[in-house]
Design a protein around this ligand. Sequence first.
Ligand code: ZN
Length: 543
Amino acid sequence: MPPLRPFARALHVARRIPSRSVTGLHLNGRVITRSCSCSAPHQLQHTVTVAPEAATKEQLNPTTADPPTPPTDHRTLAQAHNLFITSPYSPGSPLILPNGAYVFQKLQSFLRAQYPQFGFQEVITPIIYKKSLWEKSGHWENYAEDMFSVQGRGATGKTDNAQVGEDEEFGLKPMNCPGHCLLFRDEIKSYRDLPIRYADFSALHRNEVSGSLTGLTRVRRFHQDDAHIFCRPDQILEEIEQTLKFVGMVYNTFGLGPYKLLLSTRPKDSFIGTIEEWDRAEKQLSTALDNIGTEWAINEGDGAFYGPKIDIILKDSNGKEHQTATIQLDFQLPQRFDLQYQASPEELEAGSQTSMDSGLDASLRRPVIVHRAIYGSIERFMALLIEHYAGKYPFWLSPRPATVLSLNAEPEVLAHVARVQSVLSGLQAHDVRQLHPSASPRPLPLSTIQLPIETDTSARPLGKKIAEARLRKYNHMIVVGRKEAENGSLSLSLINQPNEEATVEILEAVIDRKITARELSKGVNVPLDAARRYFEHLANAFM
Ligand SMILES: [Zn+2]
């Protein structure tokens, strides 16, 4: 089974398309959306066939003469942790199991927690829109064959009392930008309101050909950590710089990298706006790239006709390169949706409107849109992480942070196993001995760190249970016997935890003593409340 598709091929595909399909401003096929962060290049794979030698030649910055060992495919690795399945009843739409949903939601909530410090506001937008919206955005003309369409209630003319307009054809959205333009347009904006940054985790659908569908990487239904920044032209530099810092922070947290940045500039022949306007925008992008200090290169002439972009190319632990994040400037959608804001005194004094502002009153200007995604497709990013961690997930992301094994079947031991599970999961405070069965449930605080702690109280020999815990790759194994039940403690072993040294330091800090090598191999005796505090530390240290 093939692993994630290397970036080299995506780059090659992206380079070949413009020369084939751009004729003046009329673009055929899917080119109109190819560079948007809402349109990962892997979606183009089936449109162009690339010879393997050509792909190799395009390899960016190869690190070794020998081909890297291919990682185990994410689909195989995902089986060990029960992350997702696929079904012939919905090809290309993975069905995410509870463990996979846990990882997926951790990825979402991690970004959600960061959004306020970068000024993003989350929005919720429709899955289906009328064909007329897709005509306005240009998708119906350029992207229709990749979209699913659905019929409104009165479409057949057989439904009584259908409202006027309900019989229109609808399209399932392949990207969020048009919906965000509708949100922006809802109220008249002043220059002081900008930038406005909308983030959206909505499901997206693209009608990929069935032969190309694979696991989490080539799908028909997926989610992006999508966002659109509406800003003034003079705000581009700061927005791009902040976005690049955001990307760096996220990839560092996951231990991903190194990565390089690729700036795609104005196409030679077909572009909207003037050369001066492009030069100004590209200058802001290159200044932002210089200021960030990460290695970057120019991909001359490979920008979309509607704006320059920055691609983030990640090198994985096996030396393969993947395109993940994209930052795409867009001068076109603001015109198509007639987006505008009241100009600032400086803009009014300068007097000059750009070619983007044509048709607007002299006091108005058009914003620029920045499409940006940091993970890209969350499903695809998950596949990358599955291969990156190879079954050894950091605790905060792990669907199997710990399992509690009973040493025997004595009632006191089994009761303690249940209590350990409840306290470590975050469901019960350690100082509450037993919840009264008739007590009404109380709402748990939103800040509670909930962990999927499992148990094994089967009557099998302990050796068998330990072997299985190792096989299922829990980060921690906890053993509870009569001694632990009597003194309210547990025996904790790290069996599959990355950054083990730093993790042990956290545990030592919590229990306030050094841990010996013998304890590490046999299990550390830890009071139950300390074990819970240790887990809370780990979850927030992103380890
Ligand atoms: Zn977009």
